[in-house]
Design a protein around this ligand. Structure first.
Ligand SMILES: [Zn+2]
Length: 73
């Protein structure tokens, strides 16, 4: 599975010392920037959860097509 820096989206490599040190960020800069967002805006913790909820709502709203046999042919 591929990981990305939570802040800048750069691909992360677990074998990279910096990446491992600041995981899940690629660098101290990105880590601090992300932490700054927490304090500035009370960063929305459940953003991924919202995405999952949206997806579930979409699936629930999208009913399967009726199992109708074709009459033509
Ligand atoms: Zn980064």
């Amino acid at each position: 599975m591929a990981y990305e820096c939570r802040y800048c989206g750069r691909p992360l490599d677990a074998g990279n010392a910096d990446h491992a040190k600041f995981w899940p960020f690629c660098s101290e800069r990105c880590k601090m920037a992300e932490l700054g967002l927490w304090f500035q805006d009370r960063y929305v913790i459940n953003r991924p959860v919202d995405q999952v909820a949206d997806d579930a709502a979409l699936k629930a709203a999208r009913k399967p097509p009726p199992d109708r046999k074709r009459s033509d042919g």
